[in-house]
Every structure is written in structure tokens, then in C-alpha cells.
Design a protein around this ligand. Structure first.
Ligand code: ATR
Length: 274
């Protein structure tokens, strides 16, 4: 059977197999999608082994940069991001790399949550691997400004420079920011440790500002709780982004469109009880 995996370490709790199985069921596609735990120091041989037979893979933490360097073909957005979350086997046996994280984020905000990005002041927290893939798709929405704020300011400055030709992008430290913005996206890994990036609550204009955490969990993340407590108009987690980036991959691999809404609501229900 046509075989797909998600690579990660850890990867056991990944929701990607459940998402792709539901897409397969919905579209009547016969395929197998499972997790593949790659050793931290052995991603390359694990990936090359899988692709002797396998057709496609998603890539999650911490392998997105290593996956990038395996590709013989890269989409322009993956090239610029320097990281891929999706690998596809080419007819010549080489690998094509793409980065669908940003499209997933934009779709979840614009289509699912009905949030307009055009003309808005967007603040992006973090400057690591999770941010690289989302800057270009966010700038394509023509925001008024996109500020990348990071604990280590130099990393935010490097990213702002790298994407400067695509739109109004600037770098900042967390404590330089006070004025309210329209949208705050948390792409730091602070939530993993139950932490919050140290930003002022004055950045939230109650009833106006939309807050989005690229992380998700059974319970609201610390950032989502902080946003709700300070009156954010919406406080969203990253589960929708995960489902939307998966839809992008599924459609590319199988050549069929999927309806993400029923998949999202079913898995959210299962997460709440599970
Ligand atoms: P990922 O691939 O998930 O982005 P990463 O490349 O290690 O992981 O990046 C983690 C990001 O979260 C970085 O922007 C990091 O800030 P630094 O560049 O200053 O290290 C940020 N981060 C992690 N823990 C944080 C915390 N407790 N508060 C604020 N930022 C944090």
C-alpha cells in the first residue's frame, strides 16, 4: 500500500496519522500513514531508508532543517525558510521539500477563524525553526507591519533581514514593545515548559487583538490563557494550523481536495475526552 509517515523525535503523540487517516477515509484513498521515530543523530539514514519504498513524509521537531538538506528539489518558500515539513519522493528517486506550515497558519486564521491579516499590525514571537516557515505566507497577506520579537534579538534581526524584500518586516526585543497590535502569534517554545514569553499585557487591545499560539494541547496553553485573561478578541491554539498544513500535503500527494472542518471538529472532540 502507498506509504507515508511523520518523522520526529519524540513523535509518539503526533496527531498527523489520525488526521491523514480521516482525510483518506473522507476521500476514499487507500494509504498507510504512521509515525516514524528517527534517532536524534540518525535522521538522514532513517529518511533515506523509508524512501526506498515510501512516497511522502511530514517532518516535525527537530528535523526540519536536516530534511531541508536532503532535498534535490525545493519549493521557493521552503528554500527561503531553510526548513521543510514535507518530503515527497520524485520519479527519479530524489526528494522534493516543501514548507506548508505558513499556509496552514494563514488558512486557519483567515478561513477558519475569519481573521483579516491585510493592513494589520502583526507581532510574531520567537525566531526559531517554527517561525522561518510562516514569515513569507504572512507577508503575502500584505499586513501593515510584521514585527518579529525574540529573547535573543540578533536572531530576530537576521530573520527580518532575510525576508526584508518581501514586505514590511522588523525585529524587536520583547521589552521594547508596549503599543497594542492587531494580531499576536506565539511561535516560541516557551509553552512546552509551561512558560510565557515576557511581553506586556498592554499589547492586547481588549476586544480587538487576536492571539494565536502555534502550540496546542488538551488544555489551553499558557499563552492562550494569558490572552483570554487580558481580553483578547480571540485566543486560538495551533491545532487548526496542524490540520491545514496536513490538508495541503494530502492534496499534493493524492491529487484530491479535502474538507478540513469535520476532521478538525472530530479530533477536537476526541482530544477533549481522551
Ligand atoms: P522551534 O523549532 O520550535 O522554533 P527553536 O528553533 O529551538 O525551536 O526556537 C525556539 C524559540 O523559542 C526561540 O525563538 C527561543 O528564543 P531564543 O532564540 O532567544 O532562544 C524561544 N524560547 C524558548 N523558550 C523561551 C522562553 N521561556 N521565553 C521566551 N522565548 C523562548
Amino acid at each position: 500500500m502507498d506509504s507515508y509517515v511523520v518523522f520526529g523525535n519524540p513523535v509518539g503523540h503526533s496527531k498527523s496519522p489520525a488526521i491523514h487517516r480521516l482525510f483518506a477515509e473522507q476521500t476514499g484513498q487507500a494509504l498507510d500513514y504512521s509515525t516514524l521515530l528517527a534517532p536524534i543523530d540518525g535522521f538522514t539514514s532513517c529518511a533515506l531508508g523509508f524512501f526506498k519504498e515510501g512516497l511522502g513524509a511530514n517532518v516535525t521537531v527537530p528535523f526540519k532543517e536536516q530534511a531541508f538538506s536532503l532535498c534535490s528539489v525545493l519549493t521557493p518558500r521552503a528554500q527561503r525558510a531553510g526548513a521543510v515539513n514535507m518530503l515527497s519522493r520524485l520519479p527519479d528517486g530524489g526528494l522534493r521539500g516543501d514548507n506548508t506550515d505558513g499556509v496552514g497558519l494563514v488558512r486557519d486564521l483567515v478561513d477558519n477563524a475569519d481573521v483579516t491579516l491585510q493592513g494589520k499590525r502583526i507581532l510574531l514571537l520567537g525566531a526559531g525553526g517554527a517561525v522561518r516557515g510562516v514569515i513569507e505566507p504572512l507577508l503575502e497577506q500584505r499586513p501593515l507591519s510584521l514585527v518579529i520579537a525574540n529573547r535573543t534579538v540578533e536572531k530576530a534581526e537576521q530573520l527580518a533581514q532575510l525576508f526584508a524584500d518581501l514586505g514590511p518586516v522588523a525585529a524587536s526585543g520583547f521589552d521594547w514593545l508596549e503599543e497594542p497590535v492587531d494580531i499576536i502569534i506565539n511561535a516560541t517554545s516557551a509553552s512546552l515548559a509551561g512558560d510565557l514569553p515576557p511581553i506586556a499585557s498592554s499589547l492586547i487591545e481588549p476586544g480587538v487583538t487576536v492571539c494565536y499560539d502555534m502550540m496546542y494541547g488538551k488544555e489551553p496553553t499558557p499563552f492562550c490563557r494569558w490572552a483570554s485573561e487580558h481580553g483578547a478578541r480571540l485566543s486560538l491554539d495551533g491545532f487548526g494550523m496542524l490540520v491545514e498544513q496536513a490538508a495541503e500535503a494530502f492534496t499534493y500527494w493524492r491529487g484530491v481536495a479535502v474538507d478540513t472542518a469535520p476532521v478538525l471538529s472530530r479530533l477536537r472532540r476526541e482530544m477533549a475526552v481522551g
